[in-house]
Design a binder for this molecule. Structure first.
Ligand SMILES: C[S@@+](CC[C@H](N)C(=O)[O-])C[C@H]1O[C@@H](n2cnc3c(N)ncnc32)[C@H](O)[C@@H]1O
Length: 305
């Protein structure tokens, strides 16, 4: 069975105990959840969330042996605090958030996440999300499209890409888009070490799923939900997400967040966590060799004070 990214590191970071309460906020195929339930036997319980019903089906099959110890809910982790309140779980011992796409999502062509196979331009994690990648690509004004590709894709040639897209509209499929983007990007100088459409596809996926806003919204709820000594582990796959997690962990591990050189503290802020990882944990060469998609993973861990 396929092992999720940084599996051992997550189990090690969350130190599951036999009666603990755990949350896997992005349960996917249930790999991390399986490890947490296995290591918190016989009484540990886990709430697994995912907005993708297909992912939740996989998790349900995989976690079936754990019976009622695994509770699976189709919901966004943006509602984590509310869901925990409804369940009466006032304090939990560990939370894992594994951002990004699951292998199932990338490997299912119809989901439209991959620029290597032809499929409709979809990219929604949640099939009930009213806006797909095709909607953005075909309807956004050129300048907004360029801003989005620059901001979420860190694509230096965003203006050329947006121009080329607007000229080629309507674009319906992943390969059509990949071709247009590749042509716009490759006309520039410089070595390409990634597929020329990588950044634009990343940008569209982030925008379609409101990924950065979701990460910003879940972190305070997760810290709030932890019992003292409980741990939060977040795996991100690109620098935009990792920056949000790093900044939040830094800020929440400080007693004062007044601007530098302010002589007296007026913010009244108190640290709520301790950073366990000053630098992110990354997969080793063996993991990257067996799962090349793991290469950009970064794990940060914090502990509630
Ligand atoms: C990298 S996969 C998780 C894999 C999982 N850790 C495992 O062991 O199989 C990320 C999952 O997060 C889900 N997801 C994305 N945004 C979400 C959100 N806002 N709320 C809940 N789940 C989300 C995706 O549908 C996907 O299944």
């Amino acid at each position: 069975m396929h092992r999720p990214v940084l599996y051992q590191e997550i189990i090690h970071a969350l130190r599951p105990r036999r009666d603990g309460l755990y949350v896997d906020a992005t349960v996917g195929a249930g790999g991390h959840a399986w490890g947490l339930l296995q290591s918190s036997a016989p009484d540990g319980r886990l709430l697994g969330l995912d907005i993708d019903p297909q992912a939740l089906d996989l998790a349900r099959q995989r976690l079936e042996p754990f019976g009622e110890r695994a509770i699976l809910v189709r919901a966004s982790y943006v509602s984590l605090g509310k869901l925990l309140d409804q369940m009466g779980w006032r304090e939990v011992n560990g939370i894992v958030i594994d951002l990004g796409m699951s292998s199932m999502q990338v490997d299912t062509p119809e989901r439209g996440f991959s620029f290597l196979v032809d499929a409709p331009l979809d990219m929604r994690f949640d099939p009930d999300n009213p806006v797909s990648a095709a909607d953005l690509v075909n309807n956004l004004p050129e300048s907004e499209l360029a801003d989005l590709i620059y901001r979420y894709g860190e694509e230096k040639r965003s203006r050329q890409v947006a121009r080329a897209i607007v000229v080629a509209r309507p674009l319906e499929s992943t390969l059509e888009l990949a071709k247009v983007v590749s042509k716009a990007v490759s006309s520039g100088k410089g070595r390409q070490d990634i597929h020329p459409a990588t950044r634009t596809f990343q940008a569209l996926r982030i925008a379609v799923n409101h990924e950065l806003e979701a990460v910003e919204a879940v972190l305070p709820q997760a810290v709030d939900a932890l019992a003292a000594g409980g741990r939060l582990a977040v795996i991100s796959f690109h620098s935009l997400e990792d920056r949000i997690v790093k900044h939040y962990f830094r800020q929440e591990s400080r007693d004062c967040i007044c601007p530098p050189r302010q002589p007296v503290c007026t913010c009244g802020h108190h640290a709520s966590i301790r950073e366990i990882t000053r630098r992110p944990i990354m997969p080793g060469p063996a993991e990257i060799e067996s799962n090349p998609r793991a290469r950009s993973a970064r794990l940060r861990v914090a502990e509630k004070l």
